[in-house]
Design a protein around this ligand. Structure first.
Ligand code: GLU
Length: 428
């Protein structure tokens, strides 16, 4: 059997800023505001553990391809580490490190008992068969069987993965421990211990955060327009739930392009179209095609970037017309854009707060698996909504107290909780 060389896609796009540097520059500002001691700063600035695995997978053509995969555990002082697994051709270690740290801050900001982690495999799942993805997922799980564990490190879906991959991961891990281990992973299919409300949880949190921010800005949701970048799980659910609350969604985009309707897009129609057309909006007639680069700077009140990192940069931030940005994606704003956005007086609900609804319901899923007791959808959504509004208020009050933007305030809240825990646990 022929063995191909390690499958590595070209380096990330040159105009993308390094997400790790973006994360660190905000962390540094917040650490200074808090007067964080040097020991804790040094502990938090580097991940606890980084694992790189090379996974041989037999492809459908009989050849073996070796994929490179990562799992980065940023910090576990608050509890077992938690975070998704990304399948994407542009995955790279610094990105996974940033995403893992963001999980630490995210779990701390919503006050759930987890540390932060993230995983990824450099691959293009859109060109792979289900069988190839399954073999790759199982091999990745086996390679990381000593890292994962219901009380150690608990993966979840992220870009390019979903309930199907989580089911394979749970099954493979369960085999290694000789019993069904539901709580080792979240975002599972409903029939095998997934939680009601998990699929829409991130988008729902974005909706709750948007409404809370609009209230602070004195804006009525039914008189507000929005554009949503990304129409995957997070973007489509956020768009739908905001549409249901009466916002006029004028623009949406996905990998196939951007679509604009000044009278508002019927999001239910857009979702039905996407589901009937291989998950893409291409050819959708409920809106006219527009240049995807114009979506972020379009004439709307609310902007929801819900796709990838570094889409708002120093190059386009000045042209943004929105009064409010709610970050459904992780790291959509490069640090270089922060001063411009602040100067323009745009309110930003940052990623670690805005998209924390997903990990919050992941936490509920884990609790249900451990309890062996299924919650109703109402229990899930009521509790998740409350956690999200409480976290929003805490970050908002912190931003007023220190006269700092919401983004830095969210870091201050998170780092403070982690630093206080270190003080009590001690032991350096
Ligand atoms: N991947 C999601 C995130 O970035 C969810 C993580 C989880 O549920 O553990 O927040």
């Amino acid at each position: 059997m022929a063995v191909q060389t390690v499958y590595k896609e070209p380096a990330p796009l040159i105009d993308r800023e390094n997400p790790l540097e973006s994360m660190m520059s905000r962390f540094n500002i917040a650490a200074e505001i808090l007067g964080l001691d040097e020991e804790t700063y040094n502990v938090l600035k580097t991940p606890d553990k980084q694992v790189i695995v090379h996974i041989p997978v037999t492809m459908d053509n009989g050849k073996v391809r070796v994929f490179e995969g990562y799992r980065v555990i940023h910090n576990t002082i608050l509890g077992p580490s938690k975070g998704g697994i990304r399948y994407d051709k542009n995955v790279y270690l610094d990105e996974v490190k940033a995403l893992a740290a963001w999980m630490t801050w995210k779990c701390a900001v919503v006050d759930i008992p987890y540390g932060g982690a993230k995983g990824g495999i450099i691959c293009d799942p859109t060109t792979m068969s289900a069988g190839e993805i399954e073999r790759m997922t199982r091999a990745y799980t086996l390679a990381l069987k000593d890292v994962f564990g219901p009380d150690r490190d608990i993966p979840a879906p992220d870009m390019g993965t979903g309930p199907r991959e989580m089911a394979w991961l749970m099954d493979e891990f369960s085999k290694t421990v000789g019993m069904t281990s539901s709580a080792v992973v979240t975002g599972k299919p409903l029939v095998m211990g997934g939680s009601l409300g998990r699929t829409e949880a991130t988008g729902r949190g974005v909706m709750v955060a948007t409404l809370a921010a609009l209230e602070k800005l004195g804006l009525n949701p039914t008189e507000v327009s929005a554009a949503v970048q990304g129409f995957g799980n997070v973007g489509s659910w956020a768009a739908k739930l905001l549409f249901d609350k009466g916002l006029k969604i004028k623009g949406v985009s996905d990998i196939s392009g951007a679509y604009w309707n000044a009278d508002g897009i019927d999001i239910n129609e857009a979702i039905a179209y996407k589901n009937a057309h291989g998950g893409r909006l291409e050819g959708f007639t409920g809106a006219a095609p527009m240049d995807p680069n114009d979506l972020l700077t379009s004439a709307v009140d609310v902007l929801v970037p819900a796709a990838v990192e570094d889409v708002i940069t120093e190059h386009n931030a000045r042209q943004i017309q929105a009064k409010l940005i709610v970050e459904g994606a992780n790291g959509p704003t490069a640090a270089s854009a922060d001063p411009i956005i602040n100067e323009k007086g745009i309110m930003v609900v940052p990623d670690i707060l805005a998209n924390s609804g997903g990990v919050t319901v992941s936490y509920f899923e884990w609790v249900q698996n451990k309890q062996g007791f299924k919650w109703t959808e109402q229990m899930v959504t009521e509790r998740a909504d409350r956690i999200m509004s409480d976290a929003f208020e805490k970050v908002y009050q912190t931003s007023l107290k220190y006269k700092i933007p919401m983004r830095i305030a969210a870091y201050v809240v998170s780092i403070d909780k982690v630093a206080q825990t270190y003080k009590y646990r001690g032991g350096f």
